[in-house]
Design a protein. Structure first.
Length: 135
């Protein structure tokens, strides 16, 4: 009945290896959604067609995550706008599935727009995977 206990330094920041959303922008004229991400002082931008709506926000976020950590196994399966609470203008839930169709991830998040909320929800769904890949 041995138990392994992992001790971490009290100064270790558990959020230091999490991906940070910097900016989400849309350009209807160029039919483009851009998602700007940061991880450990490395920045990247994911892009996709804005005509894909919420799924485009997922695609852009996954693209940017792939650039940061080399993991790009998931793609958007569905996205739904939900009734937002008082603290967010928009609330979105997303579902992602891997290329083999054997694993799913789900996320939910709020934002100032449905596109931003979808990007944040995608990060919510994939940040643990990305953090493990970057560890």
């Amino acid at each position: 009945n041995d138990v392994d206990i992992e001790y971490k330094s009290i100064n270790e920041n558990p959020l230091s290896n999490r991906i940070e959303l910097l900016l989400v922008s849309t350009s209807p004229d160029n039919d483009e959604i851009e998602v700007h991400l940061n991880l450990a002082d490395t920045r990247t931008i994911g892009r996709s067609p804005s005509s894909r709506g919420l799924l485009g926000a997922i695609d852009s976020t996954v693209d940017a995550i792939g650039e940061l950590v080399g993991v790009n196994d998931f793609h958007g399966e569905w996205a739904r706008s939900l009734e937002p609470g008082s603290e967010h203008a928009s609330l979105v839930a997303v579902g992602l599935i891997n290329e083999e169709g054997t694993e799913t991830r789900h996320g939910i998040a709020g934002g100032s727009s449905p596109i931003e909320a979808a990007a944040r929800a995608t990060l919510n769904a994939l940040n643990r995977i990305a953090s493990l890949a970057n560890a």
